[in-house]
Each structure stands twice: as structure tokens, then as C-alpha cells.
Design a protein. Structure first.
Length: 264
């Protein structure tokens, strides 16, 4: 086979993508990346007004975008979202499991309500949607890219920045799920990988940043800065495109080097 150019390897023209939690923050950044590389993109989120605002932004950038209101923690919504994506595109080439939530509290005070809320969205919903897209689209076509948005919190616990045992545990589960599915679905030509963002200013992280202080957050990052509106685009496109076709079961931290540090 003749080697393709780098531009051809990263080109997503003609491909379709579904991004959960795609109406703002990291999800919207990744929807931009996929669309800018040529993919048709469906974004989902719980709030219709935020979805429409994001869709207008994406279309202004020349991106072919569809939307579907869904709460991925609910089984019925997952099934409806799968139906909507397949109806819009016929199939899904790229699934980005980005929707997630957190809850901050010391472990001894962490309520069952908080635990269930985090686990139902971050783990249960991610599993259900991945199962349905895999079973109904990727496995029959013997092709697909699944990118799970985990977190560097998947690698352990926190002392200085936050106490969120449910979130860390859920993201650890996402990481193990990624590796299990990569092993199991590789025979179908499906690549399954995970990205671990560090601290990015977002609705989810802003409370922690305000409580701890932006300077203290940066002091725990070797590059001395938080993530920005570009930092997930490159890793995502590597995993979504043929440039990363021989990568599966991989976890890529995007954290400014924070996970490389051994706490003293």
C-alpha cells in the first residue's frame, strides 16, 4: 500500500461523528475539531437551547451538524439518541463519549445520591451508548473509532485540588472499560481509546478553580498553565482518524504534564 500524506491520514471527509455533551466546553471544542477535519457531526446534550446555540456556532464555521436532546444517564434517552444518529447519518464512524458530571465532597460525607448521579452518567450511560452504537453500526460495518473522555483523575486520588471520590472512581472505570473493549472489539476493526484531560476552564471545573485559586492550580502543572480551546483537538483527531489506525486501548493524558509528577 502506498503511504498517504499526513493531510490525507487526518482527513475525516465523508465520516460521521457523535459527540455527547457537545453543546459547550470540551465537547464543543471536539465537535469543532471533527467538523473542521471534514466529518459530519451530531452533538447531544440535555438542554435544547444550549444545543441550538452550539449548532449555530458550528454551522457558521462551515460544519455539517445535527443535534439531539438527550440525558445519557437515562436508558430511554440513550436509545432515542442512537436512533436519531442512525436516522441522520445512516451509521456512526466516530463516537466521542464526553458527557459527564462530578460531585465534590469528602469520601466519608459522599451521599448515595451523589454516587449514583456520577456513576449513572459517567459509567452506565457511557456503556449503554457505546453498546448500542457498536451493536447497531460499528460491528456490522467492521469499522469504528470510539474515544472515551476520561480524566487524569482516573489515575488516582486528589488531596490539594479536590475531593471527588465518585468522579475519580468513575473515570478509573472508564479507563478500564476502554481497555476491555479495545481487547474485545478489535476483531471487528473497532479502535477504542481514551483521552484524559487535566484542568481545563469549564463549567464543571470552574468551581474548583475558584475555590483553590487559578495560581495554585497552575503551580501543580509542569507547563504552568491550564488547558485551552485548542488542546484537545490534536489528540482527538489522532484517535479519530487513520493517523491513529494502529492505536487501540491507549490512554492519552492531556494535562500539561501534571500526571508525570510524583507528589512529594
Amino acid at each position: 500500500m502506498k503511504a498517504r500524506t499526513v493531510q490525507a491520514l487526518f482527513d475525516l471527509s465523508g465520516r460521521t461523528a457523535l459527540v455527547t455533551g457537545g453543546s459547550r466546553g470540551l465537547g464543543l471544542q471536539m465537535a469543532h475539531a471533527l467538523g473542521e477535519a471534514g466529518a459530519s457531526v451530531m452533538i447531544s446534550a440535555r438542554k435544547a437551547d444550549e444545543l441550538e446555540k452550539a449548532a449555530v456556532e458550528l454551522r457558521t464555521g462551515g460544519i455539517d451538524v445535527a443535534t439531539s436532546v438527550a440525558d445519557v444517564s437515562r436508558h430511554a434517552d440513550v436509545m432515542a439518541l442512537t436512533d436519531a444518529a442512525l436516522q441522520a447519518f445512516g451509521h456512526v464512524d466516530i463516537l466521542v463519549n464526553n458527557a459527564g458530571t462530578t460531585w465534590g465532597a469528602p469520601a466519608e460525607e459522599f451521599s448515595l445520591e451523589a454516587w449514583d448521579k456520577v456513576m449513572n452518567l459517567n459509567v452506565r450511560g457511557l456503556f449503554l451508548l457505546t453498546r448500542e452504537i457498536g451493536k447497531r453500526s460499528m460491528i456490522p460495518r467492521r469499522s469504528g473509532r470510539i474515544i472515551n473522555i476520561a480524566s487524569v483523575a482516573a489515575l488516582g486520588g486528589n488531596i490539594k485540588l479536590m475531593q471527588a471520590v465518585g468522579y475519580n472512581t468513575s473515570k478509573g472505570a472508564v479507563l478500564t472499560f476502554t481497555r476491555c473493549l479495545a481487547a474485545e472489539w478489535g476483531r471487528y476493526g473497532i479502535n477504542v481509546n481514551a483521552i484524559g484531560p487535566g484542568v481545563f476552564p469549564s463549567k464543571m471545573a470552574n468551581g474548583m478553580i475558584e475555590q483553590v485559586g487559578a495560581e495554585n492550580v497552575r503551580d501543580n502543572i509542569p507547563l504552568n498553565r491550564m488547558g485551552d480551546d485548542e488542546d484537545l483537538k490534536g489528540p482527538l483527531l489522532l484517535l479519530a482518524s487513520d493517523a491513529g489506525k494502529h492505536m487501540s486501548g491507549v490512554f492519552i493524558p492531556v494535562d500539561g504534564g501534571a500526571s508525570a509528577v510524583i507528589a512529594g
